[in-house]
Every structure is written in structure tokens, then in C-alpha cells.
Design a protein around this ligand. Sequence first.
Ligand code: PLP
Length: 481
Amino acid sequence: MRYISTRGDARQSQKKSFTEILLGGLAPDGGLYLPEEYPQVTRAELDQWRGYSYADLAFAVLSKFVDDIPPADLKALVDKTYTAEVYCNGRDAGKAREITPVRWLEPGLGLLELSNGPTLAFKDMAMQLLGNLFEYVLEKKGEEINILGATSGDTGSAAEYAMRGKHGVRVFMLSPHGRMSAFQRAQMYSLQDANIFNIAVRGMFDDAQDIVKAVSNDHEFKARYKIGAVNSINWARVAAQVIYYFKGYFAGTKSNDEQIAFSVPSGNFGNICAGHIARMMGLPIGRLVLATNENDVLDEFFRTGVYRPRGTADTWTTSSPSMDISKASNFERFVFDLVGRDPAVVRELWSKVDAGGSFDLSATPYFSELPKFGFVSGKSVHADRLATIRHAYEHYGVMLDTHTADGLKVALEHRAKGMSTLVLETALPAKFEETIVEALGRRPERPAAMIGIEELPQRVEVIDVDVDAVKRLIVRNVGER
Ligand SMILES: *Cc1c(COP(=O)(O)O)cnc(C)c1O
């Protein structure tokens, strides 16, 4: 399996292997990596895979994308990643063993539980694997990496819990000082692992993000101190998310003759991009329902053919904050397929996006091709979110997180006859207490392991918005190079 860039030329020398792109982000030409062609699953494979455990399914799916890690090693890595101990959160052992069980709300409508990992959000599903893959590959190469990132919550904690204690990896995570919830702060800052560095910046999330960009643009420093990232465009993260679409399909259907619909709360288009890839591999997905919050860049595209990223100033701060995006960083992967995998077209479209503009496909043949890809979309705003959380609690006795509520709201608008729908549960309500209290007048339950974490000692360094201060902090902890 070779990987190509969405903006690149097709010369053999430009093609990369899985481990060559594992530690990187963007391709050198600014594009995103994708497999040269999507591996296909046969009917015989589907029949066989239906009975697999999560770890066995992970091995089967990933083996289609990875050919430069010996199979026995890859098997050991997935076995170590997808265990009932890592994805339990106080559930009974039977459910925990399924890793991503389905909770049926009514016949034909269920939740695919993806949020029982250590940080209570679906990002653990892929990030935990990434932690083990990074450690393995770095050890083989005799290298190390210093991950630098900025977070306003979910991604940073998922990265820290995946990388804690891993050899060859350090994490320097910037967060906006005093702007995360007490629970989010406790989750990250209470980690005492020697390779995790929490840095609270006296500023906003965007200030933290700008520091990360400035450090990464200092190519000399970046190379010398082996600075890397684990952002949502990382190909291995997308590949790891493909697995649970297969698991969900088998749990939600009785035979491989059936089709299924998935509803996906979306921001950066990473999660649903994995669904698109599963579908391109031949998994019988009838519909991919894309749900956005008030930040409806993607809903607008699927309805109108216009992709119009907003500036940060026009990005709403909402009660489903992990979907507050102005630009969908993985969207380019889908558009590459939509335009017949022609990198010249992608280059032209993104020359507009990268200059702060938009593009309109409505009058092109590509837009007529869109239905072929199975997407429908919709949007959910704060009042919808509250109403959906109440509805689910009253009718199904289930407490939903705010993002999952957006997914359910839009799923209900697009239900198809004779096809089950699974809503991807992207976080547990315990992460977003305030909005749950607003909707239901009561607090969500917390998994036992998280009770009282606000009381634990915290390890965090507070600094001004200052690029050099961050560089000095890195040098101090990595040692002069
Ligand atoms: C990251 C996140 C999303 C959005 O996922 P994308 O892959 O960025 O589309 C939705 N819900 C939660 C809880 C998240 O953490």
C-alpha cells in the first residue's frame, strides 16, 4: 500500500509507505495523504469478519493499509490497544469487551458507543493506537519526537493519555489559561508522567495555536528538536477510525445483505471521512449523515455545493465546542475523491481556500456526482441540542452529550425506511456538565475513576503569549541539541 498526496504528482518517488507518513502531518506540497487506491473488502471477508472481536477486526482492517510493519507486531500493537481495561469506564465486563457496543434507543435507531476510553471522547479510539504505533516505530528507527500542540479540550487530553509514559515521545501541550472547565483542567494537569508537559498560556486558544504555528515555522528549531504533531489530519488516526464503522455495521445488521446509516457529529471531517473510506472499501453503508452545530460550513457544502470556510472571528463558541471549527481540515480528502482524484483540481480549489476564499461546485459535474457518495447533512443549534437531550432522557432514559445530541437531532431528520441508523456517540455527558444541567436540571454521572479528580495535585506551567518562552521551555526539558 502506497500513499499519495491530494495535491501531489503521481511520480513513484513521491509515494510513501505507512510508517513513512505516520509521524508527519501534511505532505510537503501542502496536501493530505491518502492510499493510492482504496483496498476492497470481499463478501467472503465480510462474512468472516462479522464474528471478530474488536482487536481482530482492527488487525484485519489495518492490515489492508499497513504493509511495512510485520503482521505479528501489528497484531501485538492492536491487542495491546483495544482491551476491555482501556475502554471500560465502569461498564460491566461484557460490554467493555465489545469496546464499541451499540445501545439501542428503539428498533432501528441506536448509539454506537465510542467514548469509553480514558478521556471519555471518541478521539481515544484512534489516539490510543497512535501512542502505541509511535512508540514502536520510533524505537525501530532509534528516533524520538516532541509533540507540540494547542488544545481547548478534547484533543489535548486524548493525546496526553495516549502518549503518557511512551518511550521516545514527549508532549508539550498548550492550553488557554483559565478558559477550560475545571474538569478538563484536572484531566490534563493532574497527569504526573515525566514525558507530559502542560503549558497554560495567558491568552485565548488562538494565541496558543499561533505559538504552535510560529514554532513549527522555525524549520531549524523544528528539525533540531524533532518537533511533531498529532493533529486530526494524521492518516493513521483516520485509518484507526475506519475500524469502528465495520464494528458498528456488524452490530447494527443481521446479515451482509443489509445496508446501514451512520450519523456523525462533525467538525474537522475526520470521523466521517473514515466512514466515507469504509464505504469506498465496500462496506454496505447506505447513508452518511453529517451533523454540524451552529458552525455549519460542512452542512452548507452538502446542501449547496459551496465550501465557504469562515474566519476565526466568525466561528461561534457553542455548547458542542469540539465541533467549533471554521475550516474542516480533513475535507480535502473527500473532495479529492469527489473530483475524480485529480490533484490539479484540488490544487486549484485550495489555492482559493488557502488565500482565505471559498469555492462553489454547484454548477459543475462534480456536484451532480455528490449523491453517489451517500452523504446527507443537517445542522443543530443550542435550542435543538437542549430539546434532543431532554427527548432522549425522557423517551429512552439515556443521557446524551451535547455533540451526540447534534448527531441524533440530524439523524431523526434523515431516517430511511428499512435501514437502521447508528448515531456515533462522540463523548460522554460527564464532559459537558453545564449544558446537561441546563437541559435536565441535573448533573450527569461520572465514571468512578473520575470522581474528585479536581482535587488531585496539578502539574502545569503558566506563561505569557511568548513564542520564545515556549522554545526555552522545550530546550530546558529536552536538553540542548
Ligand atoms: C473532535 C470531536 C468531534 C468532531 O470530530 P471531527 O472528526 O473533527 O469531525 C465531535 N464530537 C466530539 C466530542 C469531539 O471531540
